[in-house]
Design a protein around this ligand. Structure first.
Ligand code: ADP
Ligand code: MG
Length: 457
């Protein structure tokens, strides 16, 4: 069974919506879990990153929402603010055909008072990180008495981050008769333990062993530590990927490599756990809208993020854990696109390479390092302008695009992705017109108001 219609449980309007979203058939994890989820059962499912877990639980929980009842009926717990934002966005897409479904995210790093205000009118769905939700529960600013469905997303990662106790505490506030769904990319013993505490007779779904390798071309290069930066640049120059994630094992290496690449004229951004939340947000916005083509990241920072259309993933340092390696290379060639995964192996990393080959049953495809030719740095086509205003100022994508291409005289073809956030709008514009665009916005008006603008660097 692969068509959503074969579930015989989703309304026509949702089937049409899925069609519009380009979800033409169910992914394996959706096909395996949706019958039980829609049947109201507890489900715990393991499937790798990028397999469509969000829609699996999203379609389930939306089916049980009564839009006319203004109470919180679903809760999704996520490990980080970025993942919560992604889940909320996907839920809103899936709920497009349902009028007036309120989805609220509650995460740290956002003002508590503003959240408290938003909670005055109970949202139908809350997407939260465990810590911040607990704060609200303790201050009694949120009420979970009417929950029907609770989801733990990226459960393994939440446990890694030390949220086990917080999850137990949150669950103590949820009604006993709820449906509990648990999703995870890996299945360490602690997951079974938490499932045992919070679920009832869960149906267990396991999609593929984490050892299963995505169908991505893998190339291995023996490169000494000191030659990695140069080799990386040669390979980037040769393949010219539109976008690429380079994985490092530590925050420090991540930062250093990013600086080296930028000094060499490449457009790279770093993503790691020591960064301020705002900088992390900006990095992801800029990478997704084409203002940077190289993201240098640590595993923890990048895990679970739905970064689209990666043509290349580079293991700048080999992972110690084969599962981590599989996750990294699974970031490329999503949804049938072509992709390439490159791994650098310094002589001192040889043991890790052997381990990978053994555990993954992989014959390592060793390549000759590239040594000739000039290096053409990867330059980003776009630049991101950050404009004050955003959702709170009732700025919408259409208004902004209209103002830019109307009185400001910009060419629609020079404007890329527009991200409307609560207090800011991020506009990707072609590098060649960035200055002119910033000036126009500074001097002009959007929705009758003058705006402050700055270029993100
Ligand atoms: P996971 O949570 O398993 O890592 P996501 O839920 O983030 O995966 O989904 C990965 C990508 O697949 C998203 O871009 C999503 O829009 C897309 N997707 C989900 N379900 C389908 C489907 N049935 N058909 C096509 N694309 C899908
Ligand atoms: Mg997910």
């Amino acid at each position: 069974m692969t068509a959503f219609s074969e579930l015989n449980a989703l309304p026509e309007a949702q089937l049409a919506n899925l069609n519009e979203l380009g979800y033409l058939s169910m992914t394996p994890v959706q096909a395996a879990t949706l019958p039980a989820i829609l049947g109201g059962k507890d489900v715990r499912a393991q499937a790798k990153t990028g397999s469509g877990k969000t829609a699996a639980f999203g379609l389930g929980l939306l089916q049980r929402i009564e839009a006319g009842q203004f109470s919180t009926q679903s809760l999704v717990l996520c490990p980080t603010r970025e993942l919560a934002a992604q889940v909320a966005e996907e839920l809103r897409r899936l709920a497009r055909y349902m009028p007036n479904i309120k989805v609220l995210t509650l995460c740290g790093g956002q003002p508590f008072g503003v959240q408290k205000e938003s909670l005055h009118h109970a949202p139908h769905i809350i997407v939260a990180t465990p810590g911040r939700l607990l704060d609200h529960l303790k201050k009694e600013t949120v009420n979970l008495d009417t929950l029907r469905v609770v989801v733990l997303d990226e459960a393994d990662r939440m446990l890694d981050m030390g949220f086990a106790d917080a999850i137990d505490e949150v669950m103590a506030h949820a009604p006993a008769g709820r449906q509990t769904l648990l999703f995870s990319a890996t299945w360490p013993p602690a997951i079974a333990a938490i499932s045992g505490r919070i679920q009832r007779n869960p149906e267990t779904v396991e999609i593929d062993s984490v050892d299963e390798l995505p169908a991505v071309e893998q190339q291995f290069y023996e490169v000494s530590r000191h030659h990695k930066v140069e080799q990386l640049q040669r390979l980037l120059s040769q393949y010219q990927p539109a976008s690429c994630v380079v994985f490092c094992n530590t925050k420090k290496d991540c930062q250093t490599l990013c600086e080296q690449l930028n000094e060499a004229g490449q457009s790279a951004l770093a993503l790691h756990g020591d960064m301020e939340q705002r900088d992390r947000d900006h990095t992801l916005i800029r990478f997704a809208n084409g203002s940077s083509r190289i993201l240098v990241a640590t595993d923890v920072a990048a895990r679970g993020l739905d970064i689209k259309a990666l043509e290349m993933v580079v293991n700048y340092e080999l992972a110690w854990d084969p599962e981590v390696h599989v996750h990294r290379i699974g970031r490329t060639a999503r949804a049938g696109q072509d992709g390439i995964a490159i791994s650098f192996c310094a002589p001192e990393e040889a043991q890790r390479a052997t381990l990978l080959a053994e555990m993954l049953n992989l014959s390592l495809n060793w390549q000759q390092p590239v040594s000739n030719g000039s290096v053409k740095p990867l330059l980003a086509e776009m630049v991101t302008l950050c404009v004050d205003g955003g959702k709170k100022a009732k700025m919408r994508r259409g208004d902004i695009l209209g103002a830019l291409t109307g009185e400001m005289g910009l060419n629609g073809a020079d404007i890329g992705k527009i991200d409307v956030h609560p207090l800011h709008v991020y506009i990707a514009v072609r590098r060649s017109v960035a200055r002119q665009a910033a000036q126009q916005i500074q001097q002009g008006k959007i929705k009758g108001k003058s705006c402050k603008v700055r270029v993100l660097r």
